[in-house]
Design a protein around this ligand. Sequence first.
Ligand code: KIV
Ligand code: ZN
Length: 520
Amino acid sequence: MDNKRIYIFDTTLRDGEQSPGVNLNTHEKIEIGKQLQKLGVDVIEAGFPMASTGDFEAVKAIAEKIKGVTICGLSRAVFADIDRAWEALKAAEQPRIHTFIATSDIHMVHKLRMTRQQVLEAAVAAVKHAKQYTGDVEFSAEDASRSDLDFLCQVLEAVITAGATTVNIPDTVGYATPGEFEQFIKNIIDRVPNIHKARVSVHCHNDLGLAVANSLAAVTSGAAQIECTINGIGERAGNASLEEVVMALHTRKDKYNITTGINTVEIYRTSRLVSNLTGMKVQANKAIVGKNAFAHESGIHQDGVLKERSTYEIMSPELVGLNVSNIVLGKHSGRHAISGRLAELGYTLDESELNKAFKKFKSLADKKKEVTDEDLIALVEEEVRSIPATYELDYIHISSGSRVIPTATLSLKKDGKFLEDAACGEGPVDAIYKAVEKITGFQSTLLYYNLSAVTGGKDALGEVTVKIQPFGSSKVYLGRGVSTDILEASAKAYINAVNKVVVDTEGKTLQENLTGEKGI
Ligand code: KIV
Ligand code: ZN
């Protein structure tokens, strides 16, 4: 049997970004986009340009900057959406317009309030309109798996005649089961006479935990594109997880006989980057990329793995980019050792980034005996590669205890000036955040605070993630900070979030209305 190539359509930046509480800025989306390209995805769905100015700008920036991969923008089956999507996509080397409309009776009657005929006409008109801009047009029949098969086939045939080059069959609400979905795709391929003129795609949601199983079932029936996200993030319970789909196809090649263009060693790094930037932690027992995915706890298992890895490992951690180094990095390690280890971990830093990373490494190694790979990755991602810092923490002093009023004194550096103030709070973290608010003038609601250790041990780096919503804004901003001192990590995380507000267009407007900032 011939080996078949499946196309991987990544929608982390569109459907993934629709996860509750996730709000990526353009800088972060570009960072993820670049990593997706390194990972080898075939299509990057960069956003939904009509949804907001931020989405439009991000799709445009990705289209301009990321080459060698198809860049896709989503639009409803509405001309204005398609025009806006094209405006954002036109600089892309390989642009794709993705247009969609629901085809299930539930959606047509209750949501769209349109008849079948109207939906059919809107779908065809949308594809024709998109086709004026680019040859690469994808059509999605939203809620396809709950649609009447005859009507769905009629719509698919019509949109292919109108020029759709990919037809996507979403299981929008994650309702299908693998056997059923396999048959559903088979029926579509058997019944739509011109189906060979388009690529059949599937897009499965994970409401019943079946998104990956359904996607794999669909490829056995002839689907040639799988839509998925890193770490399976997305609306509600998320989408099919890219790493699970890819590693299932890779590990069970004997069954599927299918290849993808994915460079599997980039999987772990991509997962970590997405988790860091979205603030969505990966559960420890998550397949492929969870902390425990390759950990062997029981004595019997450890014994087996030591004798022969294949006893309990069906794939090697190295295959997904989890490298275990034998070199211990500590305060005597030099620049060369650090840049070498970072390169092994897949980080190519320019001269100034490397200088910054080395400085941060030295100060960490003074506090911590052994600096692990996780520490190094956290330093690079949070301290070296984070967004341009308008405010930087200069120093922090905390007075706290069981019988004192928690007080924080902080100095922040902005444009070479030092801005200092103090505040009391209900606890030390509250006091820190109030002091930051006094200095920057930004008042926000703290929606989320999480503290975790990057590695084990008493001297572990503490990693703090916060989500804030500035007063007067509907947006949520994520901030992260690392330090061996958890209060310092808390301050850094909050300042990082404020820096994101400042670089955001909406934040700039908010700041213009502020008079409170010291030193302005
Ligand atoms: O889940 C869905 O149906 C979608 C479409 C827009 C493709 O995300
Ligand atoms: Zn979806």
